[in-house]
Design a protein around this ligand. Structure first.
Ligand SMILES: [Ca+2]
Length: 451
């Protein structure tokens, strides 16, 4: 028994020792991240960029200038190739390095130091780059720092440094070569893609770098800017983000064109609803700008498009810059047409002096079509709206010309105060027949406002 106890004590001791050794091993296996080298930057990125003042010149750095910056973009997704963007508090700069898989050594957040003497600063159509001056096929060019020389010029420092984008507006982004935002990580708020049914880049065999437009809301300026994406990026074939929100990107220019390059799709934080928030005092607004192709059946979220008699639908109307809704019995072969276009429910709870306005136009007037606007508080969403209670509103309508189309006129202000505190539906009801009453009616800019 004593022997056994002794043995078990020895075993316990050995196990403890093993445990301690193991713990030590563990510490050796996961050392802390690298620190910064014993190098001091003596030049800011802005000061380095200030050496390059003529577009397409090659400015070789002849003195011992050292810059430092935090990596804000690398080649991880393939959208950047053989390049890094680094940033300090004064600006950002593209660094050309002739190596693949740079993201392993230079992750976003790593501070790096660059000994700039003998390197060259130039620009590609206004976006500055740091590399080496070379002669290729008899022509001077800026080339990436050869892989064998990278360690001579570039020294890695600490990792996980914070990388905060600069929140800007498009107007703040300049296109002059010295603009402080060029080469930097920036953030734009409340943007969305203008076309939703597309991928980030070209998925064809041609692998073309592709531009997609993003735009902010009317209240923010209706400004558009390009997101430019390589077909070699690992997200090239992904459908663009469908919502609206913040966008992080590296800001670059191509001449006077402002363009953004995302690092990957996590930079596209479009998690809010696509529609722009309504301006103050607007309870409902439909400008028909998101409709389909001309003559396609009108399909708008929340709206009902009902051919109650004759199965004739409202259609998308696109002519020049104008997009609106239209309806006509012309050439339908249906002698009796009753069609409705009914809005989503609009809440007038708490509304002060709510009113409806819309624009209307008409064309190719034939016979006595009826086109009228109604309001209902008890429409049940069915395809037989006639069974609900509708009250006509005294709108002003254009006189249809016999040939061609009228201009748009306003309905006038239609008082909805009788419906305060309720949900209302607005309906446009068309009645006609082919061939005796075929006038085309068009509506646009349906708005309910209250102040
Ligand atoms: Ca419109």
């Amino acid at each position: 028994m004593k022997q056994f106890l002794k043995l078990s004590f020895v075993i316990t001791l050995l196990m403890s020792a093993a445990f301690i050794l193991n713990s030590c091993n563990k510490d050796f296996d996961s050392p802390p991240g690298p620190g910064d080298p014993n190098i001091t930057a003596n030049t800011s990125i802005a000061a380095l960029k200030a050496l390059h003042t003529s577009t397409a010149a090659y400015d070789v750095i002849t003195t011992d200038r050292i810059i430092s910056g935090v990596v804000v973009a690398n080649d991880k997704s393939g959208n950047f190739y053989k390049q890094l963007y680094i940033q300090d508090s004064t600006g950002g700069l593209q660094i050309l390095l002739d190596a693949a898989g740079l993201y392993g050594t230079y992750p976003v957040g790593r501070k790096i130091f660059i000994r700039c003497k003998d390197l060259c600063i130039s620009d590609y159509n206004g976006t500055m780059e740091l590399g080496v001056k070379a002669t290729v096929s008899g022509l001077t060019s800026l080339e990436a720092i050869p892989s064998s020389l990278i360690s001579k010029f570039v020294v890695g420092g600490s990792i996980n440094n914070p990388v905060a984008p600069k929140v800007v507006t498009i107007a703040q982004l300049g296109t002059g070569m010295q603009d402080k935002y060029i080469g930097s990580l920036i953030q734009l708020d409340n943007f969305a893609f203008t076309s939703l049914n597309v991928t980030y880049s070209d998925t064809s065999v041609y692998k073309s770098t592709t531009n997609r437009d993003v735009k902010n809301c009317p209240a923010d300026g209706n400004s558009t800017i390009i997101i430019r994406t390589s077909a070699y990026s690992n997200f090239a074939g992904q459908k663009v983000a469908q919502g609206r929100g913040s966008l992080l990107a590296i800001y670059t220019v191509f001449g006077t064109t402002k363009q953004l390059i995302i690092r990957d799709t996590t930079d596209v934080r479009f998690t809010n609803p696509y529609a722009c928030a309504l301006p103050p005092g607007t309870l409902f607004s439909e400008d028909f700008e998101t409709i389909g192709a001309n003559n396609s059946v009108l399909a708008l979220t929340g709206w009902k498009n009902i051919g109650e008699t004759g199965a004739v639908s409202y259609q998308s109307a696109v002519f020049g810059p104008v997009k609106c809704a239209k309806i006509s019995a012309f050439s339908t072969g249906v002698s009796s047409v009753t069609s409705w276009l009914i809005s989503p429910a609009i809440s007038l709870t708490g509304a002060t002096a709510p009113k409806l306005t819309f624009m209307n136009a008409a064309g190719y007037g034939v016979g006595a079509t009826s086109f009228k606007v109604y309001v209902s508080t008890n429409y049940n969403g069915s395809n037989t709206p006639t069974t609900s209670t509708w009250t006509e509103l005294p709108a002003t309508y254009v006189t249809p010309p016999a040939t061609g189309y009228s201009t748009f006129i306003s309905s006038g202000t239609l008082n909805l105060s009788a419906y305060i505190g309720q949900n209302v539906y607005i309906a446009f009801k068309y009645q006609g027949g082919d061939p005796s009453a075929t006038t085309t009616w068009e509506i646009d800019d349906v708005k309910v406002t209250a102040f």
